[in-house]
Design a protein around this ligand. Structure first.
Ligand code: KDG
Length: 314
């Protein structure tokens, strides 16, 4: 059974062949994207057996999602194929201000996730019980009442022995137009490890300051805050915060970097690393994604990982 299980929606993605307004784009490259699957991919790159659980349509995009994730070494055996609803889609628009994701996911198969997964007949329930790490994000909470109920159930049920639940805020205002994002605070507070950016936390929760967040969210054992100065800080419930600066890279496109960071950080925690080394692994994984157009970069070479960790002895 996989060590880590990531639950959420993975969509087909159309990436423009050039930056600029969508109306001027001549061609799109077809890809896939989804925050939680990006994390699963990143975990596998660090040698952590990982599964992605979600729903896809009985269509070409759904088959593409499953095929590509499985080819990347991710366990997809608990993915549900929805006979009625289509696979969600997003179109990326890139420009000097960064990227905008245009979603076509209302009523998608992925948004039909629900708490039935936990007592359904498939392999999902057992996988979610056996996993040492269950990874969730604020995106799923915004998708539908059922998806929110599933996220809530995974966070609020008594944890199976030895299990931690990580939660990445992944603030997507476009998904919260018809729902009240106030639910996010309680979800974050019920997680063991919270990951968020200072900017998005300020927008969604009213503060991006590590101390402020700690006061707002007393529950999690660790809160990891990535700030605008490209530093990441891990703030434990007790003990002083630990901070590490990001690596310097020529940024091509940012989408997916947060997921890569989460994967690196979480892989470090599963290896039992101290906070500083976990943060370093996070930065290393993020750097690989920042230098490509797609939502995930190639896995960092093992020599680079070793070199970086050697610079931060335990
Ligand atoms: O974090 C990257 C994701 O935003 C991207 O892969 C698409 O999951 C996605 C979303 O909902 O925005």
């Amino acid at each position: 059974s996989p060590t880590a299980v990531c639950v959420g929606e993975t969509m087909a993605a159309l990436l423009p062949d050039r930056p600029g307004p969508l109306e001027d784009v001549a061609a799109f490259r077809s890809a896939i994207g989804g925050a939680e699957a990006n994390v699963a991919r990143g975990l596998v790159a660090f040698g952590v057996p990982a599964a992605w659980i979600g729903r896809v349509g009985a269509d070409g995009f759904g088959r593409r999602v499953v095929r590509e994730l499985a080819a990347g070494g991710i366990d997809t055996s608990a993915v549900t194929v929805d006979a009625e609803r289509p696979t969600g889609l997003y179109v990326k628009e890139t420009g000097p201000q960064g990227s905008v994701l245009h979603y076509y996911r209302d009523g998608s198969a992925g948004s039909a996730l629900g708490p039935g997964l936990l007592d359904g007949p498939g392999p999902a329930a057992a996988m979610l019980t056996r996993a040492r790490l269950v990874h969730l994000s604020g995106i799923t909470a915004a998708l539908s009442d059922g998806a929110l109920a599933l996220v809530r159930a995974l966070l609020e049920r008594p944890r199976p022995p030895g299990q931690a639940v990580s939660f990445d805020l992944n603030w997507r205002p476009a998904l919260w137009r018809r729902r009240d994002p106030a639910v996010l605070r309680a979800l974050l507070d019920a997680a063991d490890i919270v990951l968020l950016g200072a900017d998005e936390a300020a927008e969604a929760l009213g503060t991006g300051d590590p101390e402020g967040l700690r006061a707002l969210l007393p529950g999690p054992a660790t809160i990891v805050v990535k700030d605008d100065a490209r530093r990441a800080s891990a703030v434990d419930r007790d003990g002083p915060p630990v901070s590490e600066p990001a690596l310097s890279v020529d940024v091509v496109e940012r989408v997916g970097a947060g997921d890569a960071f989460a994967a690196g950080y979480l892989a470090g925690t599963l290896r039992g690393y101290d906070r500083r080394r976990c943060l370093r692994l996070g930065h290393l994984a993020a750097a690989a994604t920042l230098v490509v157009h797609g939502d995930h970069g190639p896995p960092p070479a093992p020599e680079r990982v070793e070199k970086l960790l050697a610079a931060a002895p335990e």
